[in-house]
Design a protein around this ligand. Structure first.
Ligand code: CP
Length: 320
């Protein structure tokens, strides 16, 4: 697979990407790891490019790493402050996007609380758009950075048994990871209370478990999710104490997985709710900080690829 044969203008989700396309993105990202660790010199591969971060929801990792990924390749970055923009005067998402597009950015990185909002926006602009997380729908660069972390540690994705535990229902991270991991041949298990992991997920080619003891057995990877209360409508758990007792990850629960199982969490973590500090900070097995590192490498690859591919389109169809 070559850059030119990556046929997408945008990266809106993992669903629909082919195994060679995912492989190509991971290979490109792998090539940026030394650079983002400061071991390789910074590049000017994106000099003259403009990236706009447009985040309608809070973020620490995603927004910062997109900014670093762009700047470490010489691009200009604008971080739109939604709270001080004309959105607060009632401007619509589409009008905001069309306005920014008229300033000819190369890439818009968008996070929005509504599932589908980023796709809607992408249809109205002619720059490249990256989904930085839309509602409970998708968070494609998170799944790519998780996959890169696993692949660098285990040398492969296919055949691995991956447990995704907790609030799967409200998790865009879980959905993107399910698409990516099943596409790449991993076996995915979802573990959580029935209220947060409905049986309907089986249709996505995964196994569903309602207890950690059975679900974690022989797993290579244990990926924990936080309770996404900001997207919950109603009561999904009886109490945090009971939730941790049945679905939290501590040393005893982890003993059900393989002895060399990796512990992952996309962040932000709620210690004592879904994960105990003892396992989160066990850096023999916890790769949570490595996930953050891989986030910069993945976003360098995605921004660079989409911006380069955009040039061909601009030649054929100049920006309006
Ligand atoms: N994993 C993730 O999306 O983290 P942020 O919300 O901090 O960007």
């Amino acid at each position: 697979m070559t850059d030119a044969s990556f046929r997408h203008r945008d990266l809106l989700g993992i669903q629909g990407l082919t195994p060679p396309e995912i492989q190509h993105l991971l290979d490109l990202a792998d090539g940026h790891v030394d650079q983002c660790r400061g071991l390789d010199k910074a590049s000017d591969a994106m000099a003259g490019r403009t990236v706009i971060n447009l985040f309608f929801e809070n973020s620490t990792r995603t927004r910062t790493s997109f900014e670093l990924a762009a700047k470490r390749q010489g691009a200009e970055v604008i971080n739109m402050q939604v709270s001080t923009s004309s959105v607060s005067k009632g401007e619509t998402l589409i009008d905001t996007a069309v306005t920014l597009n008229a300033m000819h950015p190369d890439v818009l990185v968008v996070r929005h609380p509504e599932s589908g909002a980023v796709k809607l926006l992408a249809e109205k602009v002619n720059c490249a758009v990256v989904n930085g997380g839309d509602g409970s729908h998708e968070h494609p660069t998170q799944a790519l950075l998780d996959a890169l972390t696993i692949r660098r540690r285990r040398g492969r994705l296919d055949g691995l048994r991956v447990a995704i535990c907790g609030d799967v229902l409200h998790s865009r991270v879980a959905r993107s990871n399910i698409f990516l991991l099943t596409t790449m041949g991993a076996q995915v298990r979802l573990i959580g209370p029935r209220t947060l992991v409905p049986g309907s997920f089986v249709a996505m080619g995964v196994e569903v478990f309602t207890n950690m003891k059975d679900g974690l057995k022989d797993c290579d990877i244990v990926m924990m999710l936080r309770l996404q209360t900001e997207r919950m409508r109603g009561n999904f758990i009886p109490s945090v104490r009971e939730y941790f007792r049945f679905f939290g990850l501590d040393r005893d629960t982890l003993a059900r997985a393989r002895s060399d199982a990796l512990i992952m969490h996309p962040g932000p973590m709620n210690r004592g709710v879904e994960i105990d500090s003892e396992v989160a900070d066990d850096f023999e097995r916890s790769v949570i900080r490595e996930q953050v590192e891989m986030g910069v490498a993945v976003r360098m690859a995605v921004l660079n690829l989409l911006a380069r591919n955009l040039d061909d389109r601009r030649r054929n169809q100049p920006l309006t």
